[in-house]
Design a protein. Structure first.
Length: 79
């Protein structure tokens, strides 16, 4: 199963590339599929590519859901 993660674009690093952040995790991504993305946008990142721009409210909702899932399944990691 693959997950597409909402991340905030924090820097444009070159032609068609950028740096994103989610929860302190930062990574470089391709912006080739969403060339109109700008710093501060929340992007859906999949396999190192930005594939969609989200508005802030939608990004917050999705990030909150990921947090709920992580908390609900935390006990599984302890076994």
């Amino acid at each position: 199963m693959c997950l597409a993660i909402p991340m905030e674009l924090i820097e444009i690093t070159g032609e068609g590339t950028g740096k994103v952040n989610a929860g302190g995790i930062r990574t470089d991504v391709s912006l080739m599929m969403i060339p109109h993305a700008k710093v501060g946008d929340y992007l859906i990142i999949h396999a190192g590519f930005g594939i969609e721009i989200l508005d802030r409210e939608e990004a917050r909702i999705r990030l909150d859901l990921f947090k709920e899932i992580a908390e609900a399944t935390r006990h599984l990691e302890e076994t």
